[in-house]
Design a protein around this ligand. Structure first.
Ligand code: GDP
Length: 446
């Protein structure tokens, strides 16, 4: 269903010959396609809504960087938002606590919980060299206990001996004792499943949770059930507070809707995906790869990234040239202010620099906020080209005119000029240092 979404988006928008910023109409046309693709893929409606809203607010007004088309630009923005929705990075199972680490496996019957428990046990044994003990808490279905024992043997992982007549909590406690005595690193508790979410099931799992204090509670959900999987996840998370989700049967899921909705709805990361019946058919969940697969065109993303890099590069070169000549006028300052805005204002910019906390405090003291950037740029816009190139000619009457023209105050113009003088000094220094860009500049200022 997602096939060709990026081709469609490019197709729609590349017919636009007009360049420059993306207009609201352009973006809305593209978003209709995105919305349709997401709904066809069975993504929850609320998720589709908030997703398209986010893309719209980022895309409208975005400059189309030179050498890419408007369509490519939108594909890149959609991609970035998809990654943000899926979670930016692959999240792994957390074993970072005193052993034995308890992992509680929860989910509906038939979701692939037992198989996944064995898959994860094998993975932890192979990759983390952990000594794992498996225990089935499914007291109602002896077959399920047997199944786990068989799978355990198959992957070479120990299972807790089956003792008839014990409750789930008793088995869990026995597993904990056995793990401590046997020097196990990890205990995986495979809880009983039910066909649907019901109160008895939830109560039992909650009791096991209280008795075992698990470090991870992994919900296993069948991706093929789409919206139902999402609702199940919500129910388990509300009651138990899961720490992560494992989506099974991703091998059969052409639609991908569950994967897309899961994190948005529960706020919990998809940590692993099951991709087949075989015991090693378990993969880490990489948001960027999934987003690429959905868009079906990873190269556009890197193309736009490269084009953006080039633009900065060109600008940086021009700036370096000016610095070499010892020039940094108000036009350049305006360019830099706009760049700062783009990076996400002072806040976004500072997040990218070392020594952030200190610098932020200084910025706050100096009262340089987001709005100030805009006001400064407006003031520069109200100057004549001659004034921008020769700030020294700005005397009281000119300052008054500029302040009136840009809705600022003379005091602010004075601050702006002072900032420009300081920056020009830094620029001269940088010309010698060969450090380019606003990052280097701020690095020198603080
Ligand atoms: P449980 O009732 O939740 O414990 O489910 P099981 O672990 O018994 O799995 C039910 C069926 O789903 C078994 O036949 C598994 O082999 C199969 N299964 C589990 N995970 C996957 C997967 O990722 N892909 C596919 N195709 N089948 C799976």
């Amino acid at each position: 269903m997602f096939d060709g979404l990026s081709q469609k988006l490019s197709g729609i928008l590349d017919s636009l010959t007009r360049r420059g910023a993306l207009s609201e109409d352009d973006v809305n046309t593209a978003l209709r396609e995105v919305r349709r693709a997401l709904l066809e893929a069975d993504v929850a409606l609320e998720v589709v809504r908030s997703f398209t809203d986010r893309v719209r607010s980022r895309a409208v007004g975005a400059e189309v960087v030179k050498s890419v088309t408007p369509g490519q630009m939108v594909v890149k923005i959609v991609h970035d938002e998809l990654v943000a929705m899926l979670g930016s990075e692959a999240e792994v199972i957390d074993l970072n606590t005193a052993p034995p680490v308890a992992i509680l496996m929860v989910g509906l019957q038939g979701s692939g919980k037992t198989t996944t428990t064995a898959k994860i046990a094998k993975r932890l044994t192979d990759k983390s060299k952990s000594k794992v003990l498996l225990a089935s808490l499914d007291t109602r279905r002896p077959a399920a206990m047997e199944q786990l024992a068989v799978l355990g043997k198959q992957v070479g992982v120990d299972t807790l001996p089956i003792v008839a007549g014990q409750s789930a909590v008793q088995i869990a406690k026995r597993a904990h004792e056995a793990a401590k005595l046997g020097g196990y690193d990890v205990i995986m508790l495979d809880t009983a499943g039910r066909v649907t979410v019901d109160e008895a099931l939830m109560t039992e799992v909650a009791e096991v949770k209280a008795a075992t204090n698990p470090h991870e509670i992994l919900l296993v959900a069948d991706a093929l059930t789409g919206q139902d999987a999402v609702n199940t996840a919500r129910a388990f998370d509300d009651r138990l507070g899961v720490t992560g989700i494992v989506l099974t049967r991703m091998d059969g899921d052409a639609r991908g809707g569950a994967a897309l909705s899961m994190r948005a709805v529960t706020g919990k990361p998809v940590k692993l995906v099951g991709t087949g019946e075989k015991i090693d058919a378990l993969e880490e969940f990489h948001p960027a790869r999934v987003a690429n697969r959905i868009l079906g065109m990873g190269d556009i993303v890197s193309l736009v990234e490269k084009a953006a890099e080039n633009i900065d590069h060109e600008k940086a070169q021009r700036m370096a040239e000016k610095m070499r000549k010892g020039k940094f006028d108000l036009e350049d300052l305006r360019d830099q202010l706009i760049q700062m805005e783009r990076i996400g204002g002072i806040g976004g910019l500072m997040g990218m620099l070392p020594g952030v906390a200190k610098a932020k405090a200084q910025m706050a003291n100096a009262n340089i906020g987001e709005n100030v950037l805009k006001r400064m740029a407006a003031a520069i816009d109200s100057m004549t080209p001659k004034e921008r190139r020769n700030p020294e000619i700005l005397k009281a009457s000119r300052k008054k005119r500029i302040a009136a023209g840009s809705g600022t105050k003379v005091e602010e113009i004075n601050k702006l000029l002072k900032m420009h003088r300081q920056m020009a000094d830094v620029m001269k220094m940088m010309g010698r240092n060969k450090r380019g860009g606003i990052g280097g500049m701020l690095g020198n200022m603080f």
